[in-house]
Design a protein around this ligand. Structure first.
Ligand code: PLP
Length: 246
């Protein structure tokens, strides 16, 4: 069983890496600017361990409790893994994120940002933050609407225990490549406007576009820009289908 797991992960990583490489070649992008974030939600800690052994270093979770359990189960790898919280966050769960994660991609209101900064322990580096943007309008309820990004960005950039790194989006699922690309382009436009609105020291570390999942990573790469990292968040293509929870 463990060898199968490891062989499966190696093969899946090779496939995803190949897709990333091909997409970069196709749209003339620098592969060094694409970061692979492995979304391990619903998958056991042992799968994360196997993926780490196969070379992956960034992992994303979207349920607080489950993520914390996995982080604690893999304490021996804590210095080598960067843990990203990518799910919706209620204000009564901010403390667990502030204590255990390195990044959060889903900040969408002042209250959450203030709590995270207050609860981030002084002996840890600042929590790295992306703001979640609603690029799908009516079709999605999660994320902040584009007009409100600049003011939230201002707040986050001013909080002592947070570091504002960029923007994230989860567009509505669609097979239509032109819609996929339009959503990513919208996020890129928001990113560029937001960066301009920030004080110059905050502009320097505002460098991350969190966009692209298993079904649309090619579109995300096609819309990526040279002066930001594009972090593609890949679950299914690395770890297989998840059990449906609803
Ligand atoms: C589950 C999830 C992903 C990964 O989705 P796949 O389609 O399985 O690659 C990416 N981002 C977020 C926020 C998720 O919740």
């Amino acid at each position: 069983m463990p060898t199968d797991l490891s062989a499966d992960i190696h093969q899946a990583i090779a496939k995803v890496s190949e897709r990333i490489k091909a997409a970069c070649a196709q749209s003339q992008k620098d592969p060094a600017r694409i970061r692979l974030l492995a979304v391990s939600k619903t998958k056991p800690a042992e799968m994360v361990r196997a993926a780490h052994a196969a070379g992956l270093r960034d992992f994303g979770e979207n349920y607080v409790q489950e993520g914390v359990e996995k982080i604690l189960a893999l304490t021996d790898l804590r210095q080598e893994i960067t843990w990203h919280f990518i799910g919706p966050l209620q204000s009564n769960k901010t403390k667990d994120v502030a204590l255990h994660f390195d990044w959060i991609h889903s900040v969408d209101r002042d209250k959450i940002a203030h709590r995270l900064s207050e609860q981030r322990p002084a002996d840890l580096p600042p929590l790295q933050v992306c703001l979640q943007v609603n690029v799908s309008g009516e079709a999605s309820k999660s994320g902040i609407s584009p007009e409100l990004i600049a003011s939230l960005a201002q707040v986050v950039a001013g909080l002592p225990r947070l570091s504002l790194r960029g923007l994230m989006a989860i567009p509505e699922p669609t097979d239509d490549i032109s819609i996929q690309r339009a959503r990513c382009r919208q996020l890129v436009n928001c990113f560029q406007q937001t960066r301009q609105s920030l004080p110059s020291d905050a502009q320097k570390t505002f460098d991350t576009l969190s966009m692209g999942m298993s079904a649309d990573l090619e579109s995300a790469i096609a819309e990526s820009i040279p002066d930001a990292d594009t972090m593609v968040r890949i679950g299914t293509a690395l770890f297989g289908e998840r059990q449906k929870t609803s």
